[in-house]
Design a protein around this ligand. Structure first.
Ligand SMILES: [Zn+2]
Length: 429
């Protein structure tokens, strides 16, 4: 009996130890996950600050952006998964971390805005920690507002002929660039990224390159709005409301896994169906942005086909006859990818005006970049992402600025398969 209970005790101890090992304490898990999110956020900003027109830096920055979104989704699942007695200590760990981490700068906390926001939205009504999450969210939004005001002040100085510096932002980016030299970030990511530039030897590829849009060959002073990586149940809907307000039509490049599953049988839109319906009701176009957002040049032909075809099936199920456009994730495509796109009669659509909303956390600054780039390029295709609050905040400011500078807007015309300039510049009363 005595030895039996010792054996049982040993088993119980073993189970307890393995349980602990399999599931770290909430504070440990939250600390590790948030630190990684913030490290990626800082790397994105370092790349963004260094990037001018370099495709390599942009690709690396967007890659980290997408990786962070996956990390954030996992962290939100961890924080918000019922039951209550499980979520409470996890959320408390996050809130305590926000107070305790004095090495996190105020901007760093913006990286966790999505975590707090989405966790809060997933909690049942009346959850005892909802109010504390709301307070944490408001504190971070106040930080963002302060940096927004700094941009506005800098723009006013620039308009008056001054330098337009942003001391607070510049202090942060100096710190980030010292911690994460761009060369090292690129070296670390090298095995994961693709260095692929298509050639023109294959006539099929050459034709696809001729068809590809970067600025859409739009008339001068004309821009096209595009939104990637959605649909998102909250932010896409908010963007649709803004576009409706200005009477504008955009293209939404959708990631298949946000719409439904890959599987045998007829494709069915099982996720965000209501959002897709709303996009179409607004007269917008939808395009294919792959199923799982991989770097396509890293994949074999069969995998590339699946990435395109599964999403194409989902888009056709959502909107027959609409899906004629394809945007490769990260703008990364090689001969093989372009060949597969061309074979399906799809047009590759890139962009020449990058809002950099994948790195820049400050809406006012995102909007100003779009306006400056549009002026500099003279025309073109603008890249936004409809999966972030900051993009929603930036959009009306950018539209107002473009209208004020006399820009026209274009949309994709389903019947002609071409871009058409809106009949009259949209006006806001
Ligand atoms: Zn994307």
């Amino acid at each position: 009996m005595h030895s039996m209970s010792r054996a049982m005790l040993a088993v119980m101890l073993f189970c307890a130890v393995t349980a602990v090992r399999a599931q770290p304490a909430p504070a440990d898990y939250v600390a590790t996950a948030t630190s990684e999110v913030i490290a990626n956020f800082r790397r994105q900003i370092a790349l963004h600050e260094a990037a001018t027109t370099s495709r390599a830096l942009t690709q690396a920055g967007q890659y980290l952006f997408f990786r962070n979104r996956q990390l954030i989704a996992q962290l939100v699942d961890y924080l918000a998964q019922p039951p209550l007695e499980q979520t409470a200590p996890r959320i408390v760990a996050l809130l305590e971390l926000l107070d305790a981490r004095s090495d996190w700068r105020d901007i760093d906390r913006i990286a966790l805005l999505g975590v707090i926001n989405e966790t809060r939205l997933r909690l049942p009504l009346g959850h005892p920690l909802a109010a504390r999450l709301t307070k944490a969210r408001e504190e971070i939004i106040a930080v963002r507002s302060a940096y927004n005001r700094e941009v506005t002040a800098a723009l006013a100085r620039r308009a008056a002929g001054g330098a337009g510096a942003r001391p607070e932002w510049n202090a942060y980016t100096a710190l980030v660039r010292e911690q994460y030299p761009v060369a090292r970030i690129l070296e670390d990511l090298k095995p994961e990224l693709a260095d692929a530039s298509p050639g023109r030897a294959d006539p099929r590829v050459a034709r696809a390159l001729d068809d590809e849009w970067s600025d859409g060959r739009l008339p001068p002073k004309t821009v096209l709005l595009t939104f990637d990586d959605g649909p998102h149940p909250q932010f896409t809907v908010e963007i649709l409301q803004i576009l409706a307000h200005y009477g504008l039509r955009a293209i939404f490049f959708e990631v298949g896994q946000n719409l439904g599953a890959a599987g045998d049988g007829p494709a069915q839109v099982t996720r965000n169906a209501a959002v897709v319906a709303e996009i179409l009701r607004g007269g917008h176009a939808i395009g294919n942005h792959s199923f799982s957002h991989p770097l396509l040049p890293k994949l074999a032909a069969a995998q590339i086909d699946d990435e395109i075809d599964v999403t194409q099936g989902l888009l056709s199920a959502a909107a027959p006859g609409h899906a004629a456009l394809f945007r490769p994730p990260y703008g990364a495509r090689n001969d093989l990818v372009l060949g597969e796109i061309a074979e399906r009669g799809l047009r590759s659509v890139l962009w020449n005006i990058d809002s950099r909303d994948w790195a820049d956390p400050i809406p006012q600054s995102i909007a100003q970049r779009v306006i400056d780039e549009a002026e500099h390029e003279g025309r073109g295709i603008i890249l936004f992402h409809d999966i972030h609050g900051r993009s929603v905040q930036a959009l009306p400011i950018a539209i107002e600025g473009l209208l004020k500078r006399g820009f026209h807007f274009a949309h994709w015309d389903k019947d002609s398969g071409a871009l058409a300039v809106d009949a009259a510049p949209a006006k806001k009363e």
